[in-house]
Design a protein around this ligand. Structure first.
Ligand code: R5P
Length: 288
């Protein structure tokens, strides 16, 4: 039985379809003062799968997840596989400055406390988040899924990572498609501001696919598009796993010269056109 939280209802339904499994009816609403109410309306049996991304509004989605997990646990269910397609608070997975909260650690503790017995996520911002859990945790890669989209939509592309941290993604896709890859050097000045260094890139007259894990404000991608256009790139297709897309990020990216933007359905957005349902269902079926 699969339970889809408010942030992942369609993805939960698609995973249920892929697994030939049933969706459990869930009532989730708010009291007039804003507090969350949860009621699980199906007859749950041992071996439940909960699907809930914890992106914006992060705190509300997390609270809903905690309430769902604890309620299932209180029904005597111990095998609760928890799929968190986008893991919110994942960028604060260590203490960068004294006195800071290690938010990802707190979130992992609470997910476990609430009753998750195993966690599945997709392209966690840092793989080390797996170590913050004391239960089996699996960090799946959406790169083969995105590579298939690229193969179906772009001829002979160069895959470009907008920073060194994303180079592994670009290489994963270029290895699968047997094409070239490269990366740009980015310096983050603040959460809202990044600088990208000019670099010699062999993209003149070529179609380019940019790949990143997250697009948040769009600043990283806007800079990358500018440099790629200066180097004569023909068509620029922007791809990511998690389309966070804060405010007018999408508009800024198109204005910077992107011909297409595509993300996966780990988060709901205007560009969530590539589904990770099969990726998740296959992992759940295999049991890892
Ligand atoms: C950074 O480490 C990530 O991989 C992304 O590059 C970053 O989150 C993108 O943020 P923004 O869209 O705000 O530049």
């Amino acid at each position: 039985m699969i339970i889809g939280g408010s942030s992942s209802q369609k993805l939960a339904a698609n995973i249920a379809h892929e697994m030939d499994d049933v969706l459990c009816p869930l009532e989730s609403r708010k009291f007039p003062d804003g507090e969350r109410y949860i009621r699980i309306k199906g007859d749950v049996e041992e071996g439940v799968i909960v699907v809930q991304s914890t992106g914006y509004p992060q705190d509300e989605n997390l609270m809903e997840l905690f309430l769902i997990l604890k309620t299932i646990r209180s029904m005597g269910i111990t095998n609760i596989r928890t799929v968190i397609p986008y893991f919110g608070y994942g960028r604060q997975e260590k203490r960068f400055n004294p006195g800071e909260a290690v938010s990802a650690d707190v979130v992992c503790d609470l997910i476990q406390y609430a009753g998750a017995s195993e966690v599945y996520s997709i392209n966690l911002h840092e793989n080390s988040i797996c170590d913050l859990f004391n239960i089996p945790t699996h960090n799946l890669s959406a790169m083969p899924t995105i590579a298939q989209y690229v193969a179906d939509n772009v001829d002979d592309p160069v895959i470009v990572a907008p920073d060194k941290g994303a180079l592994g993604f670009a290489q994963e896709i270029s290895n699968l498609l047997n094409c070239e890859s490269d990366y740009l050097e980015k310096i983050r000045i603040s959460p809202e501001k990044v600088e990208t260094k000019p670099k010699n890139l062999d993209v003149d007259g070529r179609d380019v696919v940019i790949i990143d894990d997250i697009i948040s404000t769009g600043g990283t991608i806007v800079n990358a598009c500018g440099i790629l256009k200066e180097h004569g790139a023909r068509r620029i297709v922007v791809s990511c796993v998690h389309p966070v897309l804060v405010e007018d990020a999408l508009l800024k990216i198109f204005a910077a010269g992107a011909h297409d933007v595509v993300g996966t359905d780990t988060l709901k957005s205007e560009v969530s056109n590539v589904s990770v349902a099969s990726l998740v269902a296959d992992a759940l079926k295999k049991g890892f």
